[in-house]
Design a protein around this ligand. Sequence first.
Ligand code: GDP
Length: 213
Amino acid sequence: MTSKAPSNPFRQAEYTLAAHHLHQLPPDTGWEVAIAGRSNAGKSSALNVLTGQKSLARTSKTPGRTQQIVIFRVDDDRRIADLPGYGYAKVPQDLTAHWQQVMQDYFETRESLRGVVLVMDIRHPMKPFDQMMLEWCAATGLPCHVLMTKADKLKRGPAQSALLGVRKILPEGASAQVFSSKSRVGLDQWLAVMRDWYGYPDLDGSGGRSGAD
Ligand code: GDP
């Protein structure tokens, strides 16, 4: 790789594996960013827009994969971890309990985890699952960026008030923005957060963290 990262390095993302248990994940080195959200919040669509790949995240939606962490490789050192959508009514209780434990262990032990993108439907933000995610992030000191997606479904005014409402109650270390996979509103803003977390240099070359931590 040259030192000049492409403006959207996530376009080169590719499916690597799906893990039921943490020991199945790739070695815990480099940079990993997790993406989470209630099922139907719009997580797959957001991932597809981020990567410019129409069906990249579909893999993680096939039945049976809903309880797995799906890893997409960005480059040798960088990965996206697609956490399972939460809120399927028919998930057996013991699986849910198992999964909550796996997720909690993941947040607490994954050294390469640099941040969590939490996708919420802008019309239904801050459900219990979202709050649990935010609490785990706060407890482990992880930055969390809330993507309030489907913004195209609201007019600008209500979208902004939803954003301000969420920002007011975010714990320290968390941020939020408006997003739409349909209109691509907010894509540049999200890309900037991702680039920063992954240690890519600023696009204008004026600072930011370098590739090495
Ligand atoms: P996931 O279960 O969180 O991965 O959700 P999906 O990405 O599959 O989206 C659930 C539904 O919401 C699908 O019908 C999508 O087409 C729709 N959707 C997702 N994002 C947007 C968006 O930004 N705008 C609109 N209008 N619909 C969206």
